[in-house]
Design a protein around this ligand. Sequence first.
Ligand SMILES: NC(=O)c1ccc[n+]([C@@H]2O[C@H](COP(=O)([O-])OP(=O)(O)OC[C@H]3O[C@@H](n4cnc5c(N)ncnc54)[C@H](O)[C@@H]3O)[C@@H](O)[C@H]2O)c1
Length: 320
Amino acid sequence: MNYKKIVVAGGGVLGSQIAFQSAYCGYDVTIWLRSEDSKTRTQPKLDELKKNYIETIESMEPNDEENWARGIADIDSFNKEECLSKVDIAYNSIKLVVNLEEAMKDADLVIESMAEIKDEKIKFYQKLAPILDEKTVLVTNSSTLLPSMFAKYTGRPEKYLSLHFANTIWKKNTAEVMAHNGTDKKYFDEIMHFATSIRMLPLPVMKEKSGYLLNSMLVPFLLSAMDLLTNEVSDPESIDIAWTRGTGAPKGPFQIIDTVGLVTAKNIVEQYQKVPGLMSPLLKKMLLPYNYKGMLTMLNKYIDDGKLGKSTGEGFYKYK
Ligand SMILES: NC(=O)c1ccc[n+]([C@@H]2O[C@H](COP(=O)([O-])OP(=O)(O)OC[C@H]3O[C@@H](n4cnc5c(N)ncnc54)[C@H](O)[C@@H]3O)[C@@H](O)[C@H]2O)c1
């Protein structure tokens, strides 16, 4: 693998982060945007990321391993000035391009990170297929859609797979790498390697699985907790303590939901209610009797009251 030019399609929350992190790690990065208007939305995200990276670097203390941002540097070879200068170079080098052919020219890797709308992604791949160089490898950052849904539109199914990041990638630096049936192992390995090169910890997902690794475990866990609450079995604090004391985990389910936000929790409930295939067959059987309706009523009540979680100072808990 000898990638140089990386193109990120879509400059939203995750697209801008992937672009910034790749540029921080020395790649030549272009973000393709569909309109001039999109540029005015993406540039402020890059401005904000520059600030976030600098703040993170300034706050990194080698004796505080727990809060170490692993996407930024290794703890035993941390050089603050060097990291700050990499942020500057990244910020000044990312190109925002609207013309699709110009953006994609000579790309080694294209990372699709457009909105989670299946038909829009298909249209994009159809436009992209005849333009890409033969060598270009293509990945999707989609959280819930499977690569096999799109492979046939890409003109390169063997060079197409998923590379799924977690929000705030410079801190939460896992990258789930998932093949579909037609992915050539050579490109799977290349993407594992690329993920490492941008300081991610690559996690192989050898079979297609909605929810990848993390959400396949996390979502049933959160649903179980909300089911206990909506069926009035217990209260959020006791459910959290049962989990944290019982397992030694740092956070219970309602503390996690307050952190990710109640609106995201609601979206997850709605999505899993609609697409039970996101669960494994065994979990599907176990989870179908879940009280989804009660969960949505409960979450909507909190949301209507402006209790969206940590971000608004109150969710299941109150925050200062
Ligand atoms: N937000 C997260 O925490 C997260 C985490 C991991 C993966 N993802 C995945 O990343 C992808 C992007 O998510 P996001 O949170 O950055 O979304 P977002 O809404 O912040 O950004 C979406 C981007 O796609 C662009 N876009 C939308 N429709 C388009 C079209 N037809 N043509 C060209 N561009 C178009 C928008 O202009 C925007 O730049 C999704 O597939 C999502 O599942 C998101």
